[in-house]
Design a protein around this ligand. Structure first.
Ligand code: WAQ
Ligand code: MG
Length: 254
């Protein structure tokens, strides 16, 4: 039996009472792993570079084994654009190549950059018009119930490619689930951790990293999920939030 373990931390007050989002984490682990994992999540929430957490919420819920979907991890490539400007241009081009209309790329980015601070989740954006599709406001849609099927294999696969940090580890798992969702065309993300400037564009073709998608020191990050017109927002949201997913290193890359 696996358990979905989710943490969210905020400053000032609970998220739902207007607190500022500090940190979140989503894992799916066996019962023995829950205690060390939640301890680790608490440490992370209390030592986050976005600031001191005043509110921490941890949810633990069992996941029915027969509901779990197994997905192959997206292949990772890096585009070494030297600064934020060229990074964003390259990310826009990657989104267009994945099938997002230029207008939607611009409108989506505008909404992300207009946020005063980071949201806790992602915005669903129409891949044709760029209009926001979800009604979750500053909360956003939070992707949950996903993890790695085999930690050792996953860490070996990443380190062979020169990747070790927790940001990449979590992001490639999340992105693999996101692009498997019904109606999803592509995702754009960059971190809300002030010291972490990298971001990515993910589509069913792969995960493309850009080392500089925001200025160093900025606490403003976020995620845009570009969705095919006509997709059911309810069904998509339910998949992102509740479908249990385990990701595994593809056979040929082991
Ligand atoms: N579901 C939806 N949106 C989320 C989730 C989630 N589970 N977790 C975070 N977000 C949104 C939220 O708006 C955050 O402010 C924003 O994404 C950034 O989250 O290849 O570290 O956890 O080097 O800070 C990407 C590049 C790092 C990794 C992403 O995101 C690489 C990262 P963070
Ligand atoms: Mg963060």
């Amino acid at each position: 039996m696996l358990y979905s373990v989710r943490m969210r931390a905020a400053q000032g007050a609970a998220h739902e009472a207007g607190g500022r989002h500090i940190s979140g984490a989503e894992r799916m682990v066996s019962q023995e792993q829950i205690a060390p994992l939640t301890q680790n999540m608490l440490e992370r929430a209390f030592t986050h570079s976005r600031g001191q957490a005043d509110f921490i919420h941890i949810t633990i819920e069992s996941v029915p084994a027969e509901a779990i979907r197994l997905l192959p991890l997206l292949p990772i490539t890096t585009v070494d654009a030297p600064d934020v400007e060229s990074g964003r241009l390259a990310a826009k081009a990657a989104l267009a190549a994945a099938g997002v209309a230029g207008k939607a790329v611009e409108a989506g980015l505008e909404q992300l950059l207009a946020l005063g601070d980071s949201m806790r989740g992602a915005m669903l954006i129409c891949a044709e018009t760029g209009s926001r599709l979800d009604a979750s406001g500053m909360r956003g849609i939070r992707v949950s119930r996903m993890d790695i099927a085999d930690d050792t294999q996953f860490i070996r696969w990443l380190s062979r490619q020169g990747f070790g940090n927790i940001h990449i580890r979590e992001a490639v798992v999340l992105a693999t689930k996101v692009v498997s969702a019904p109606g999803m065309i592509a995702e754009l993300c960059w971190s809300d951790d002030p010291e972490y400037t990298a971001g990515y564009v993910a589509s069913p073709q792969g995960y493309i990293r850009f080392p500089k998608l925001k200025p160093y020191g900025s606490p403003q990050g976020g995620r845009l999920f570009f969705v095919r017109p006509g997709t059911s927002v309810e069904a998509l949201t339910a998949y992102l939030e509740t479908q249990p997913v385990l990701v595994a290193v593809p056979k040929e890359a082991e």
